[in-house]
Design a protein around this ligand. Structure first.
Ligand SMILES: C[S@@+](CC[C@H](N)C(=O)[O-])C[C@H]1O[C@@H](n2cnc3c(N)ncnc32)[C@H](O)[C@@H]1O
Ligand code: SF4
Length: 368
């Protein structure tokens, strides 16, 4: 069981918070992107067995690419199940919706960030709140098996009422999945350069608590730190990452995790990747493998599977007693999981479990 991630770098503008590998040239070079993506697939394909279960177009802005180029990738990769695509609201037209559905896309994820007219300009988005609503309503009528919205929270000017309204607005359009990302200030972005801050701790906690309550009251259950879904509507592709399964990464900056235990990292500079720069390939074994297994699975609601970690590395996962006493983790003989309070401080808790586990496994050879 494996997935394929395909990175499409084209964007109209670079949003002030975004550090992803993007390219804002006026006319995207879909032909060059397609040729290089197919080369990446030819390189990765022999390392995987059988058909992939999922194919995910992320970005950048896949909705900006020529649908014919995307369709060629779908045909080449030939996934057996979920085909997902990230779209920006301003690209959603009846023609594109039809083209995406015809090529086999069955899950659409719309990057809205906020519906608030007072907040949207802070995020420098090319769409208005009205465009975002219209796009979501068009998607809801277009007959995709599942559709999702991305929201960002944690801007100092965002009130709890604004965030709850954003969630209600998304829910009213019929989404069965919400990705709710905490705003991070990344170096090298416009937010980073101008010293933009995030909400202070009390404000952030109030936003986080209100959002989780509202989403869960709307029958969107948290199944990963930033992801909430109706029953049966989880992102099958992203579960490959969070359950530490294998996937191939195609396109600039894409990472992959091969069955031969190699981590593959494509060049993140778009021009270098287009010019044929080779990926960095690194074997991940020993303590580094243990580190990755715990780190990638603890953010998921099902937590770390103790038997799987034991089987794959020979090590035992260590659950720090302080985190249990503080009500941040629960454990039983099968797994270690974050509690609702633990999700609120997941970075620190995950780091504590990883550190304790790797320290106790000092007998395993390999860097960490
Ligand atoms: C890389 S974007 C690609 C999708 C699409 N181009 C868009 O803008 O919606 C995926 C999502 O990452 C999230 N994101 C990107 N940078 C972020 C940041 N600094 N803090 C929080 N969320 C961020 C946004 O919610 C965005 O929708
Ligand atoms: S958030 Fe999306 S549209 Fe904005 S720069 Fe990043 S990838 Fe492009």
């Amino acid at each position: 069981m494996y997935g394929v991630y395909v990175h499409v770098p084209w964007c109209r503008i670079r949003c002030p918070y975004c550090a992803f590998a993007v390219d804002t040239r006026r006319a995207p070079d879909d032909a060059a992107w397609l040729a290089r993506t197919l080369e990446d697939w030819a390189r990765e394909r022999p390392f995987f067995e059988g058909r992939p279960e999922t194919l995910s177009f992320g970005g950048g802005t896949p909705s900006r690419a020529d649908p014919a180029a995307l369709a060629t990738v779908v045909q080449a990769v030939d996934p057996a199940g979920e085909v997902s695509l990230e779209a920006n609201p301003e690209d959603v037209t009846p023609q594109r919706l039809e083209a995406w559905r015809t090529m086999g896309v069955n899950r659409l994820s719309l990057g809205v960030q906020t519906f608030q007219p007072a907040l949207a300009p802070r995020y420098g988005r090319a769409h208005s709140a009205r465009d975002a609503t219209d796009a979501l309503l068009a998607v809801s009528k277009a007959g995709f098996r599942s559709f999702s919205v991305d929201l960002i929270y944690g801007h100092p000017e965002q009130t709890v009422a604004m965030l709850v309204e954003d969630i209600d607005h998304a829910v009213a359009t019929g989404v069965d999945h919400v990705s709710l990302y905490s705003l991070t200030i990344e170096p090298g972005t416009r937010f980073g350069d101008r010293g933009q801050t995030v909400a202070d701790e009390d404000h952030w906690c109030a936003l986080h608590e209100a959002a989780v309550q509202r989403l869960e009251a709307s029958r969107l259950q948290r199944y990963e730190v930033s992801n909430f879904s109706r029953k049966g509507a989880r992102s099958v592709h992203n579960e490959h990452y969070w359950r530490a399964r294998h996937w191939a990464g195609l396109g600039p900056s894409a990472h992959g995790w091969r069955p031969d235990q190699a981590r593959v990292a494509n060049a993140s500079d778009v021009s270098a990747w287009l010019a044929g720069a080779p990926p960095a390939v690194e074997g991940v074994t020993g303590r580094a493998r243990l580190w990755e297994l715990v780190w990638s699975t603890l953010r998921h609601v099902e937590g770390v599977d103790r038997a799987r970690v034991r089987f794959l590395t020979g090590a035992e996962v260590v659950c720090p007693a302080a985190a249990i006493e503080a009500g941040l983790l629960v454990e039983d003989s099968a797994s270690i999981r974050l509690t609702p309070d633990g999700f609120a401080v997941s970075d620190a808790v995950v780091e504590a479990v990883v550190q304790a586990t790797v320290r106790a496994a000092s007998w395993i050879v390999g860097s960490s």
